[in-house]
Design a protein around this ligand. Structure first.
Ligand SMILES: [Zn+2]
Ligand SMILES: [Zn+2]
Length: 269
């Protein structure tokens, strides 16, 4: 079996003897092909090269999972632990026995939900490792899925609830199906958003940005940014955690998102 993984973005493809010449995610204008050209790897090769996943607590009921050394675009996944079960929000390419044992020690995974295609990574491997749990993907981004599975659950519309107390909210923008996770019980009941890069926490961690492409610096229109701000406005949340290590807004994050949208639209004028 050769489930090839793109070394630049971390997405895993269908089983194939020979990988394609290019990665559909990286040749899209939101991404890029590495200077060294298209490179592929597999989980077995990554294991031999000494990759490990580091699991650390971010706040009460929330752990982040990050591959070291950094792989793909440096994504992080989150394990949200609630009374109704555990959800893996977003995903990373690498998974091994140590990871599975550690995550089982935290209660395992009951469902997986992904913000957008840059985090699809090895989602089917993760689902199968935890008993074939459902993987929630917005139907609008279905064309970007590169490894099919009966566990993939395409959802439609404005929101879905994979577990009680957790809502996936469709915001669009970066990708047409881009979504965030709302965890009302997070931050001791003050609310938490996990945002991937639909709402991208920037270097000044009081702000987020809204881009069509982050690496290629292609902005979104004012109309789309206003639509995102309007959809998220009905949710109260203290903390927001983006898709990359250190991208955390702690306290008044709902206000930070609204101010960020206003600032962004002002600069487009
Ligand atoms: Zn790629
Ligand atoms: Zn992205």
């Amino acid at each position: 079996m050769a489930y090839n993984i793109c070394s630049t973005c971390g997405i895993q493809l269908e089983d194939a003897k020979h990988p394609p010449g290019s990665c559909p995610i990286c040749t899209n204008d939101r991404q890029y092909v590495a200077r060294s050209g298209q490179q592929w790897t597999t989980l077995e090769k990554m294991k031999r090269r000494g990759f490990k996943n580091r699991i650390t607590r971010v706040e009460s009921g929330l752990h982040q999972i990050i591959t070291k050394p950094s792989f793909g675009i440096g994504q992080r996944a989150f394990l949200v632990r609630t009374k109704s079960g555990n959800l893996l929000w977003d995903c990373i390419a690498y998974i091994d026995e140590d990871t599975i044992t550690a995550v089982k020690g935290l209660g395992g995974i009951d469902a997986i939900a992904i913000s957008h295609p840059h985090f699809y990574s090895s989602m089917v491997e993760w689902s199968e490792a935890f008993g074939g749990v459902p993987v929630y993907i917005h139907k609008l981004d279905a064309r970007w899925v590169q490894r099919s599975s009966p566990n993939t659950t395409f959802w439609r519309g404005e929101k879905a609830s994979p577990l009680s107390g957790l809502e996936i909210i469709h915001l669009g923008g970066h990708f047409i199906g881009s979504s965030v996770l709302y965890w009302s019980g997070g931050a001791t009941g003050k609310g938490v958003i996990l945002s991937g890069d639909t709402l991208h926490v920037v270097m000044d961690r009081r702000w987020v940005s809204f881009m069509y492409s982050y690496p290629n610096h292609i902005p979104l229109s004012a109309r789309k940014v206003r639509a995102i701000a309007s959809r998220i406005k009905q949710y109260a949340f203290a903390n927001l955690h983006g898709g990359f290590e250190g991208g955390d807004i702690i306290g008044n994050a709902d206000r930070a998102v609204q101010l960020s949208a206003e600032r962004y639209v002002d600069h487009l004028r």
